[in-house]
Every structure is written in C-alpha cells, then in structure tokens.
Ligand binder design. Structure first.
Ligand code: WA2
Length: 264
C-alpha cells in the first residue's frame, strides 16, 4: 500500500512538472511572437510582415509551442476605422458565433494573421466570443499574458486561449490602464488544445495505462472546471494525489488530480 502511494505521488508530480514546463515554453514563444509583430508590423513603415510570412514563420517554429494547436494575431479596429480597414483587407469582419458580418460595435479584434493549422479563425472578430473577449480586455489592461477558463474551442476540443497584448508604443511597467488601452495595437494569442495535446504528452510516459489524470481550473475553488480528463464520479473511494500547477496567469489557479485506474 505504502509503495503504491509513493508511486502515485511521484507519477503525479512527474506529470504536473512536465505539463507545467511544456506550458511555460509555449507561453514564452508566444511572447516572442508578440514582439515579432510589434517589430515587423508596427515599427516598420510599410509593415514588413504579411499573412504568408506569418504562416511560414509560425509553421517552421511550431516545435517551440508543443501544447498550442495554433497562433494568430488579431488587430484592434475601432468602429470609425472599420470601413477603411475592410476596404483595405478586401473582406468584412465576421462574428465567431454566427459566422456572419459583425453588427456595429465600439471596437473589433479581427484576425489578420494566422498559423495555417487554425486558418479557420481568419477574419473573425475575436471580441465576439465571450471567453476570448474577456481575455483581450484583461491582457491589454494588465500588459501581461492571460488565460481563459477551459471552454470548447472552435476546433470543438476542450482547451484554453492564451493572449498577449501588442502596443503601438513602449510602455513603462507602471503605465496607467487608460494609457495601456489607448496604446493597444492588437492581440497575439493561441489555443492550448488541452484535450488532444495533453493526451499525446501523457501517452508517452511510463505507467500511463494504470493512471487516471485530471486537470482542473480551480480559480473558484467551490466550482472546479474540468480542463483535461473525464469527470470523476462523486464519492469515488479510490485514493488520489493532487499537485498544484502554475500556468503563469496569477488570476487563474490550476491543479492536477491523479488516481489509479484500478485500486492496486
Ligand atoms: N484561437 C484558436 N481557436 C479558438 C480561439 C482562438 N483565439 N478561440 C476559440 N477557439 C488571436 O487573443 C487573441 C485566439 C485569440 C487570439
């Protein structure tokens, strides 16, 4: 029994550490992509970046983002600039839910560059989805990377979205919220396809057959949200091991729960 407990602790810790590390490297690389857009799209006139270059660069560097199914850049467009923007792009801003031309809004966040793996999000206003919208607003106010709660992505897989703000000018770390918002150029983000990519990661580890792994968003501890794995039936008597996870957004709390499939 003692041996089994120790095995459960070490296998859970190993998985939590691996997931957290792969998450962290993916976030770091998206940060670098946000800087790439600031450098080549905004600090050059005319911009030295286009969809083909973005698609090529993100495809060739996808090994740096092992848990992301794809990355994209959404530009901030205020309503007064919408017509001009649409004329220059040659397409109309669409909503994520209805996939139809967007009704009038104060501002929009249409995707102008995307990795080919998620090319289906091109032209969509990322502010038209509740989770994406909240992420966009929080990231530009904080000037930091933020994560959504787990939800069904457009791929229909369960996952979370990561968002970095891109600013038109350099801002001091203590810049005021109003200054951050008005300097916002757009949002660089991507989808953590937790459902399929974490499955892949865990499959490669020894002991995978005997272990059941769940990851939860426990930001609201009285309402844990499943981020990975199947819902464990209530009152399951099998002993479990819980490991904390840090995905880098202090607003969100996550943990991993591991148990043996069959009581050893
Ligand atoms: N990316 C991919 N699939 C999604 C998704 C998303 N958001 N939202 C729902 N399914 C361009 O925050 C800016 C990416 C949003 C970034």
């Amino acid at each position: 029994m003692r041996k089994a407990e120790e095995g459960l602790v070490s296998m859970c810790e190993e998985r939590a550490r691996m997931l957290q590390d792969q998450f962290a490297v993916s976030v770091n690389h998206v940060h670098a992509l946000a800087i790439l857009v600031a450098t080549f799209h905004y600090e050059k006139n005319p911009p030295a970046l286009d969809q083909d270059t973005f698609a090529d660069y993100t495809a060739r560097t996808s090994f740096e983002r092992p848990l992301l199914s794809g990355v994209a850049y959404a530009q901030r467009v205020v309503h007064a600039d919408r017509e001009n923007f649409e004329r220059k792009q040659g397409w109309i801003i669409k909503t994520m839910t209805k996939k139809e031309p967007s009704p009038v809004q104060d501002e929009y966040a249409p995707v102008i560059y995307s990795q080919e793996t998620i090319s289906y999000i091109e032209g969509f206003d990322m502010m038209s989805g509740e989770e994406d919208r909240e992420n966009i607003l929080r990231s530009r106010e904080l000037g930091k990377a933020v994560l959504t709660r787990p939800f069904r992505l457009m791929s229909n897989h369960l996952g979370v979205v990561l968002t970095f703000p891109v600013y038109l000018t350099d801002l001091p770390p203590d810049a005021k919220v109003e200054d951050r918002v008005s300097a916002t150029a757009g949002y660089l983000g991507g989808a953590f396809d937790v459902e399929s990519l974490v499955e892949n990661l865990l499959r490669q580890l020894a002991g995978n057959q005997e272990l059941v792994v769940n990851v939860y968003d426990v930001t609201n501890i009285s309402n844990p949200l499943v981020m990975y794995g199947s819902e464990v039936p209530l009152g399951n008597p099998s002993p479990s091991q819980t490991c904390m996870l840090d995905f880098g957004d202090p607003y969100r709390k996550h943990h991993m729960v591991c148990r043996y499939r069959n009581k050893p």
